[in-house]
Unconditional design. Structure first.
Length: 330
């Protein structure tokens, strides 16, 4: 965000007080550039070419009007073509100006000895793409792994090709592992390419953590989700039934994972319940690695939780798959 203060030299308050709160509040990451000064004639040309997004116009004799409690106005000129910046910047400037004017009118000191200044570390200007890109990547990994694995099993049953597998020297666990491994490999490869090419390069989203560590955690998560996909496929009898069942499960997992809405805003009982979902832990360690640069010493608990859930889902899916294969062969 570019910002500028116009005519700050009218009275001692204009020179000292205005410059003080600008230096405190109008700086990175809220505002990218240092505030400048413009004359009246320079305002329109500068905003027309997009050189400045905000222009704060402090009128003459502003300090005298404030001291005498007379009505006065400070004009904020905004380039509304930068919609997201304009919406956030107006609030920042209004809060900063209101606080400083209130302190000055009450005769307080220029500033408190200790002040709390909030800075957004990962995404200073709150660009939506930096959050939504990773969130959508996580969502697509879940959807692809769930539906591709389940669809593979359903198609085997619908077309009768499961009988071909029964005459081969393969056990049900080996058939399941083959489907889990094949789907996980395809989804992991596509997700890694999307992360490096689309997210990092095309969308210019910074990745602060280790990509290999994220891929390792992603493979553990894919083991759990593909097992869930096979389990759901053994509960359905046709592709339409599986699609309805899978979509219901996917939506619940995605919406309650913490990626769309924070877990802290959910009821405490629901927060405990979603800990049994692998997607919740996947979102947790994915954000920790990609956003905050966390290492294995930080995310190993989520890795272990996803692995444990995956083992449980794989065991249940294997039991159902054996039963389904036996019924298909009889």
């Amino acid at each position: 965000m570019n910002s500028v203060l116009r005519r700050p030299g009218y009275g001692s308050w204009g020179r000292a007080r205005t410059g003080s709160w600008l230096r405190t509040n109008w700086r990175a990451p809220t505002f990218v550039l240092t505030p400048g000064r413009l004359s009246v004639e320079e305002i329109d040309p500068a905003t027309d070419v997009g050189q400045y997004t905000f222009v704060l116009d402090i009128p003459p004799y502003f300090q005298a009007d404030v001291v005498r409690r007379r009505s006065t106005t400070v004009q904020l000129i905004v380039d509304a073509t930068a919609m997201s910046q304009a919406g956030s910047g107006i609030r920042y400037i209004q809060n900063a100006a209101t606080q400083e004017l209130t302190n000055f009118a009450r005769g307080q000191a220029p500033g408190p000895e200790v002040s709390l200044v909030i800075r957004v570390k990962y995404n200073p200007n709150l660009y939506e793409s930096r959050f939504s890109a990773v969130t959508e990547l996580i969502s697509n990994i879940t959807m692809l792994a769930l539906f591709l694995t389940g669809a593979a099993v359903i198609r085997e049953l619908e077309h009768g090709t499961i009988e071909h597998l029964l005459v081969m020297p393969l056990r049900p666990v080996e058939i399941m592992l083959a489907k889990v491994w094949a789907t996980a490999l395809v989804v992991a490869t596509a997700a890694t390419i999307s992360l490096l090419v689309v997210v990092r390069w095309v969308l210019d989203v910074p990745i602060n953590g280790s990509v290999p560590l994220f891929v390792f955690g992603e493979l553990i998560y894919l083991f759990a989700v593909t097992s869930l996909g096979i389990l759901l496929a053994t509960l359905a009898r046709s592709m339409p039934q599986f699609a309805l069942l899978g979509m219901s499960v996917y939506l619940v997992m995605a919406l309650l994972s913490g990626g769309t809405s924070p877990l802290d805003s959910m009821p405490e009982s629901l927060q405990k319940a979603v800990q049994f979902s692998p997607t919740t832990h996947f979102v947790s360690f994915a954000q920790a690695i990609l956003f905050r640069g966390a290492g294995l010493d930080v995310v190993w608990r989520d890795f272990a939780a996803v692995a444990a859930i995956g083992v449980v889902l794989f065991t249940l899916a294997l039991a159902r798959f054996r039963r389904t294969v036996t019924e298909a062969g009889s």
